[in-house]
Write a protein that binds this ligand. Sequence first.
Ligand SMILES: Cc1cc2nc3c(=O)[nH]c(=O)nc-3n(C[C@H](O)[C@H](O)[C@H](O)COP(=O)(O)OP(=O)(O)OC[C@H]3O[C@@H](n4cnc5c(N)ncnc54)[C@H](O)[C@@H]3O)c2cc1C
Length: 485
Amino acid sequence: MCGLSRFLRGLLFTCYKVLVEETLSVRQQEIFIMTPFTISLAQASYDNLDLLDSFDVIVLGGGPAGIAASTTAAEKGHRTLLIERLGFCGGAAVSGMSGTICGLYNSVEDPEAAQPQQIIFGFAERMRRALDIENGLTTPQIYGKTWVATHDCATYKKVATDLLRTAGVNILYHTEMVDVLKKDKTICGLILHTRSGFCKVRGKRFIDCSGDADIIFRSGLTTTKGNNGVIQNPSMMFKVGNVDVDRYLDYWGSDTISPPKVVDKLEKRKELIRKKVWLFPTVNPGEILVNGTKITGFDGRALDVTNPVDHSEAEQFSIYQAKEFFKFLKEEIPGFANAYFIDYAQEVGVRQTRTISGIDTLVNNDVVTAKKRKDSIARSSWPIELHYGSKPKTEWLIDDYYDVPFGALVPSEGHNIIVAGRCLSAEHEALASCRVTAQCFEYGRAAALATDISLLASLDYRKIDGNQIADLMRDDGYSEAGLIF
Ligand SMILES: Cc1cc2nc3c(=O)[nH]c(=O)nc-3n(C[C@H](O)[C@H](O)[C@H](O)COP(=O)(O)OP(=O)(O)OC[C@H]3O[C@@H](n4cnc5c(N)ncnc54)[C@H](O)[C@@H]3O)c2cc1C
C-alpha cells in the first residue's frame, strides 16, 4: 500500500473511532493507530530533485529562537538560510499571538512594592529595544510575582524583518521542511515543499528552531514528549477592541492574572473549561489581548498536535472556546460591555510537542532549586507555568534564578545539528518554565555562536566546550548591569 493511501486509511479509521468511542484510554490508543506515518521516503528518490542552493548554516523555523539564530549566524559572516512555513517570522509569539515577552524580569514576593529588574539581555534585549523604539511594546505589567511586556504582533513582524534583512539572512517563506538528506549520521541537506513542488537545499550546519524538533525527528534521532506523552494544553489567543480599560483595570486590578472574584465567576461557567486566565492591555488604546482558553478535543481529551487529526480538532474547538470566553467578558467584566472581537490568533498556540535528548538536560529539580551553572546560556526567573487541568499551575522562584546549560541544545546523537527554542532537552515541568520567549532568543543566539565555532574549527557540536559559549554570551551583554542577585 502506498504511503498516501495508508495515511488516508489511518485518518478515516481514526475519524471513525473518534465518533464511536468515548474514553481517554481508548483515545490514547487512537493516537497510536494514527502512527503508521512514513517519516522518511527513500533517500534515492531525492536524487532527481532540483538543488535550490547550498548554505553554511540552515535554520529551520522563524520563531523567537530562529530569528535570533539566523540573525546571529549571518552577522558572524556565514551564508545563512532561514526556512519558515508561514509568510512571516515570530512563530507562536506572532502566529499564535502569544503576546508578551515573558522571562525578561526577576520575580519578587510583592511586585506592587518593587521595580522590575531585567535579568536577561543579549538578543532578548535587542528585540525588546527594537520593539520599544517602534512603539510596539508596553511598559512592564505585573504578572503574578513578576512582570511581562506585551508586544504588538504587527510591529514584531516588522522588527524581525528589519533584523533579518540587515544581517543578510536568506529567507524562504511559505516553505515546509519535509525530510532530511543524510550521509551516514551526517545531515547534508533538507527536502523542502514549496508552492512549485519539492526541491532540496544543502548545508554544512543545521539549527533546528522548529519548536517541534522537526529536523531531529525526521533524522531519526531521539525525541520525547512531555510527561510520558502527556503534554501541556494549547490555547487560542484572541484580541478584543473598544474596551473601557480604566473601568476594567479598576475592577480587575493591576495583576494581569485573574483575581479570585473572576475565578469564582469562571467556576460557575460550565462551558468554559479554563478557570484561571490572563488579560493584557496592549499598546493600542482600548485593546486587550486574552489568554483565556484551554484547548482539548470536543470530548475533553488531551490533544497531541503532532497528530494532524488532533491539531485540526484543536483549531475547531478553539473557535468556540474563544467566542464563549468573549461572551463571558462582555457579560461579566466591567469595561467589556461594548467590546468587539478583533480576531483569533492565526493558529492555535502550541506550548509543547517534542523535545530532544541532549548531552545535558534541564531537569525539574534544577528549576525548583535555582541551580547555577558555569556553562549557562540563559538565566530564568520565570515560574513553572504548567498548562494542564482547569487552572494552569504557577510555581514561583522568588528573588532567584536558574541557569540553562548549553548542553541542553546539543543532541546526544548526530554531528552537525543543534537545536534552539522550546524543543531543547528539558524535563516536562522544567520546560513549562524555560520555554518562554526571552530565553528562546538567547538559545537561538547560543546555537549560532556554537555554529560559528563548529564551522571555523570543524568541530562536532558535542565537542564544543559549554563554558566557552557561556563566556561568549556574557561578553555580549548576557549579564549586564541590572542583575541583582
Ligand atoms: C498560547 C500561548 C501563550 C504563550 N504566551 C507567552 C507569553 O505571553 N510570553 C512568552 O514569552 N511566551 C509565551 N508563550 C511561549 C512562546 O510563545 C513559545 O514558547 C516560543 O514562541 C517558542 O519559540 P520557538 O522559536 O522555540 O518556536 P515557535 O515560536 O513555535 O516557532 C517555530 C517556527 O518554526 C516553524 N516551523 C515548524 N516546523 C517547520 C517546518 N517543518 N518547516 C518550516 N517551518 C517550520 C513554525 O511555523 C514556527 O514559525 C506562549 C505560548 C503559547 C502557545
